[in-house]
Design a protein around this ligand. Structure first.
Ligand code: GDP
Ligand code: MG
Length: 172
């Protein structure tokens, strides 16, 4: 009997410059770049994993910076199984943007989509402008996971993806 392959589409969302591309690059290639990476092509990345004997095929969608122009439409996140909605812990407004993405996703995709809200740049803790407890409380209120990462230091990223995959597998 052939093993089932779980195909999951995961999209990255969030304000420009919060570190979405850096998170993907770190996860997929273990690289980090100090420059803003929005000029690179819209990335579509495939990652195959084996989790407790389950074969998982992740299609990770990153933006090409269209979020700067509010030009990310439903075509981008259509039929996604998971969404990683990122804010920057030093940028209060980026959490406001998270909330509007959550609203839009819930409206368009309902409760089928697994959400993880990610506070990135924890290496800049001294410049924190987002209250951690507020972010966590908000996430649990909307049925999302909350996670903290530093793409720069490679902290929390692999764990964040694994937690999201786990949540998506539970829905299968
Ligand atoms: P995107 O527009 O959301 O895709 O953001 P990018 O991945 O292009 O990152 C924007 C800027 O934030 C770049 O200068 C990155 O080097 C920087 N950056 C991304 N992640 C981190 C992080 O964890 N810590 C710090 N200090 N800078 C980061
Ligand atoms: Mg980017």
């Amino acid at each position: 009997m052939a093993t089932t392959v779980h195909n999951f589409k995961v999209v990255l969302l969030g304000k420009g410059c919060v570190g979405k591309t850096s998170i993907v690059l770190r996860y997929a290639e273990d690289k980090f770049n100090n420059d803003h990476l929005s000029t690179i092509q819209a990335s579509f990345l495939n990652k195959k994993l084996n989790i407790d004997g389950k074969r998982v095929n992740l299609a990770i969608w990153d933006t090409a910076g269209q979020e700067q122009f509010h030009a990310l439409g439903p075509l981008y996140y259509r039929s996604s199984n998971g969404a990683i909605i990122v804010y920057d812990i030093t940028d209060e407004d980026s959490l406001v943007k998270v909330k509007s993405w959550v609203k839009e996703l819930r409206k368009m995709l309902g409760s089928d989509v697994s959400l993880v809200i990610v506070g990135n740049k924890t290496d800049l803790e001294k410049d924190r402008h987002v209250n951690l407890e507020e972010a966590e409380t908000y996430a649990s209120k909307v049925g999302a996971l909350h996670w903290q990462t530093s793409a720069k230091r490679n902290e929390g990223i692999e764990e964040m993806f694994l937690t999201l995959i786990d949540k998506m597998l539970q829905r299968e």
